[in-house]
Design a protein. Sequence first.
Length: 70
Amino acid sequence: MNRRELDATPGAVRTHQYLLTLMPEDTSFYNLLEDPFQEHDLVDQHPELVRERIQKYQAWFGEVTGNGVI
């Protein structure tokens, strides 16, 4: 069997309040409680929250795909 690596993007992280979307060329961050239609990207206004969520996503992704896929 051949194992292959997976790319972490595209990907997304959603909580009750926030949605972070990760695309190969773009990252977006929305406050769903204040902006349910995702019209106002907050990635530049909250770099610390974005960075924290990206790190958590990457750690989770590495954990669940660490052995690759068959």
